[in-house]
Each structure stands twice: as structure tokens, then as C-alpha cells.
Design a protein around this ligand. Structure first.
Ligand SMILES: Cc1ncc(COP(=O)(O)O)c(C=O)c1O
Length: 414
């Protein structure tokens, strides 16, 4: 069982006066940073804030810290360091990817996108596909549940399919999609698959190799780390995608898909969250010599177990009411025993904005809106301009936090 006191002692935000009497439920927007991340950023800015990779000590150490982040993240995700790309954000990474794919897709190719995606994983790809003359085919969600049916996807695939983009979990619906089956089906017809893991990775740091994705993206600032996007591009595809950086960076793996240039301090600090993961692993009986992938997997299992013990409280509080429409699964999945704790609902008798305001007044830090998932809301018949209220939590959330949210919901909704 996850030792929550130990977990929370690693997050300075919990002991700051600004959060006294508050419960944080906007984690899908951005998580708190762990102490290791904050220390790494402070350390970099204090000692190493110079151009990296030169001979003098501060510069050499700055470069070594950047390399360490790449190597550590590669190990945690089960891939090679040359497959890891750090960029300004996931939206920026998909924008660059879209431009690269536009050079290898052909007119007449089908590009399959979903309407369950955050706009970051679909907008730029749709525009690129359009420019090339590809046919954009939308794998649509069920209008009631907001879920994707994999048999529909299977029927859309053909030898024309060049590219597929899917979310590992939507930032509104909270259902974990079966990425392993999706990638296996797509690869059978020779298509590439881009998976948006932004709403999944904060709950389970994935074994990217096992998932079979050609590209896997997530945002480090939602996984207790720095404000960067991390993108894994598997080696075969990396070799095929044209360079998007300066011509002389063509053979530099970590630069060819980041024309913005690296944010040195953040890249150097990006790996520190994995020191937290290792500390957590050891605290829960993990051995010193366990590799980072094994530690990451064990810690992710602890995170999931903790979250899944709390999610039903929130789901029951909402699913039992006839004055709200809960989006996504109403209970944990019967097969996986999991549901991402990203819980969105549409209040039927009140405005989402007013409900969010009432929750904030009661110490529940949340918000309302469409969260850049306007197509998801459209798909289930909710006006994106009206939006939904979203309560999202992660492994550092306590039972008392969820109890506060449930009591506040009862109070505000009446
Ligand atoms: C599911 C999902 N995908 C992509 C993004 C975009 O990430 P970024 O803010 O790093 O561009 C977000 C951001 O909220 C998201 O929730």
C-alpha cells in the first residue's frame, strides 16, 4: 500500500500556507512538482546556468545533466536514449510531428484521427493531412458514453491507412484505451500510430516498447516534473521522418525534431522526478539494484492501486444524482480494475462555471471549461462554450481530499 505521508513529504506544495485548507483537483491541468524537480531547477539556475557541453566545469556538468535526463527517461519508458525528444510542450511536439509527417504521407493516404483527443493530438495533424491531400477519417466516440469502440476502428483500416492518432486516455473521459490492440491492428496494414499519453502517464508511467506505439507523447509538467513535453519516436520512424531543425542538425537525434532548441535547465531537471520514483520504490521495499524500468513499473502499480481505491467515491457521488451528467465510465473497468481519476460532469440545473466557483469557495481547487477537448464535448452533445466541471486527482491525493470534494459537491449541487 502506498505510504501517503511519505509521498506528500516529497511535495513542498502541501506544506505551503497558500494551500492550507485546500484540496487540489486540477491535476489534469498540471500537477505539483516534487521536491527533486524543484531542487534540480534551483541547482541548475544557481550553478550551471551557462551554455552546456563546453569543457569548463559548469558547462560540462550542465551538458551531463541534460544527457542524464535523456538516459534516465529512456530507461524508465523502456526505449533507447536516441528515441527521446524533449520539446516545449506536447502541443509543440505534435505541431513539429505534423510537419514531418506531411513530408512522408502521400495524397490518397487515409489519416485516422479520433474525436476523443485533446486538440493537441489532432488539430495540427488534420491540417497537415489536408495540405497533403490525404483523406481524414474520424473514429468517433459513442454519443452517449464518449467511449471509442475498437471494432469501428478495425473496420476503418485499409492498406491506404498511413497514420493513426489516438489518446491513451482522454482528458475528459478518463477511460484507458486499449493501445496495445490499436497499434497491433494499425501495424497489420502498415500504418504508423501516434499515441497521446498526456492524461495517462501521470497515473502510470508506461512501458512504451510494450505498447507498440511509433510515437508516444506526454507532458512532464503533469507528471511532477518540469514544463516540457516528452516525445518518444521509435528508431525506425525517427530515421524516416525528415529533419525539422537546422540542416546541420539532421543527424543529431535530440535536435532534429525540436526546431525550438532545447530549454537547457528544464531538460537537465526533467529526470529528477525519476529520483523521486526510485525513492518511492525503495521506501516500499524495492531493492537498490532494481533497474529504473522495474522501479517505475512497481511504483506505477502503487499509484494505480491508491487512485483506484478513491475514484469510486467520486464516481458514486456523481453517478447517483439526476441533476448531473457524468462523462465517461461510471465505475472502474471490469477487466483492468482501473479508471483514470479524471472525472468530468455536466451540471444540468446550474452553470458549470457557477458550480466550479462553489467548489473553489469550499476549498476544492478546480475549474470548468472545455479543456481544449471541444471535439470530445461536441461528440457527446455538450456545448463546448458551456463546458463541464472537471475534478482530476493523482497518487498524492488523500481520502480526506476526496471526502472534501464529495461533501462540497453535495453542498453546491444541493
Ligand atoms: C490529453 C492532453 N493531450 C495534450 C495536451 C497538450 O499538452 P501541452 O500543454 O503540453 O501542450 C493536454 C494538455 O492539457 C492534454 O490534456
Amino acid at each position: 500500500m502506498l505510504d501517503l505521508d511519505f509521498v506528500r513529504s516529497n511535495f513542498p506544495a502541501f506544506s505551503r500556507p497558500i494551500n492550507d485548507g485546500q484540496s487540489f483537483f486540477e491535476n489534469a491541468g498540471g500537477s505539483f512538482a516534487c521536491r527533486q524537480t524543484i531542487d534540480a531547477m534551483t541547482g541548475y539556475y544557481t550553478d550551471l546556468k551557462v551554455q552546456p557541453y563546453s569543457e569548463f566545469e559548469s558547462s560540462a556538468r550542465a551538458g551531463a545533466s541534460m544527457d542524464r535526463s535523456r538516459v534516465r527517461w529512456a530507461e524508465a519508458l523502456g526505449v533507447e536514449p536516441r528515441e527521446v525528444v524533449f520539446g516545449p510542450s506536447t502541443s509543440a511536439n505534435t505541431y513539429v510531428l505534423a510537419h514531418a509527417f506531411a513530408e512522408i504521407l502521400e495524397p490518397g493516404n487515409d489519416v485516422i484521427v479520433t474525436n476523443q483527443d485533446h486538440e493537441a493530438n489532432t488539430g495540427a495533424i488534420r491540417r497537415a493531412a489536408d495540405r497533403v491531400g490525404c483523406t481524414i477519417r474520424e473514429w468517433r466516440t459513442d454519443p452517449e458514453t464518449g467511449l471509442l469502440d475498437i471494432s469501428v476502428f478495425e473496420s476503418m483500416l485499409s492498406e491506404r491507412t498511413g497514420l493513426v492518432t489516438v489518446p491513451h486516455a482522454s482528458n475528459i473521459v478518463g477511460k484507458e484505451n486499449d493501445v496495445t490492440s490499436i497499434t497491433a491492428l494499425a501495424h497489420r496494414v502498415g500504418a504508423r500510430v501516434i499515441v497521446d499519453g498526456v492524461s495517462f502517464a501521470p497515473h502510470t508511467l508506461p512501458d512504451v516498447a510494450a505498447l507498440g506505439a511509433d510515437v508516444y507523447l506526454f507532458s512532464l509538467y503533469k507528471t511532477y516534473s518540469v514544463h516540457q513535453g516528452l516525445m518518444v519516436v521509435r528508431a525506425g520512424l525517427m530515421a524516416e521522418l525528415p529533419n525539422q531543425s537546422h540542416y546541420f542538425n539532421d543527424s543529431v537525434a535530440d535536435k532534429r525534431l525540436n526546431p525550438a532548441g532545447p530549454d537547457h535547465a528544464q531538460v537537465a531537471s526533467a529526470g529528477a522526478v525519476l529520483d523521486y520514483v526510485e525513492a518511492l520504490h525503495r521506501h516500499h521495499g524495492g531493492a537498490e539494484g532494481d533497474g529504473l524500468r522495474a522501479a517505475t513499473s512497481a511504483v506505477s502499480a502503487l499509484w494505480r492501486e491508491h487512485e483506484d481505491s478513491l475514484t469510486p467515491m467520486l464516481l458514486e457521488a456523481l453517478a447517483g444524482r439526476d441533476d448531473v451528467r457524468l462523462i465517461g465510465p461510471r465505475m472502474l473497468d471490469a477487466t483492468t480494475g482501473h479508471r483514470c481519476p479524471t472525472v468530468a460532469f455536466s451540471p444540468l440545473a446550474n452553470e458549470p462555471e457557477d458550480v466550479a466557483h462553489g467548489l473553489v469557495e469550499r476549498g476544492v481547487q478546480t475549474s470548468s471549461g472545455h479543456y481544449y477537448a471541444a471535439r470530445v464535448l461536441d461528440g457527446v452533445g455538450i456545448d463546448p462554450d458551456r463546458g463541464v466541471v472537471r475534478l482530476s486527482f493523482v497518487h498524492y491525493t488523500s481520502r480526506a481530499d476526496v471526502e472534501r470534494a464529495v461533501a462540497a459537491l453535495d453542498d453546491v449541487l444541493g
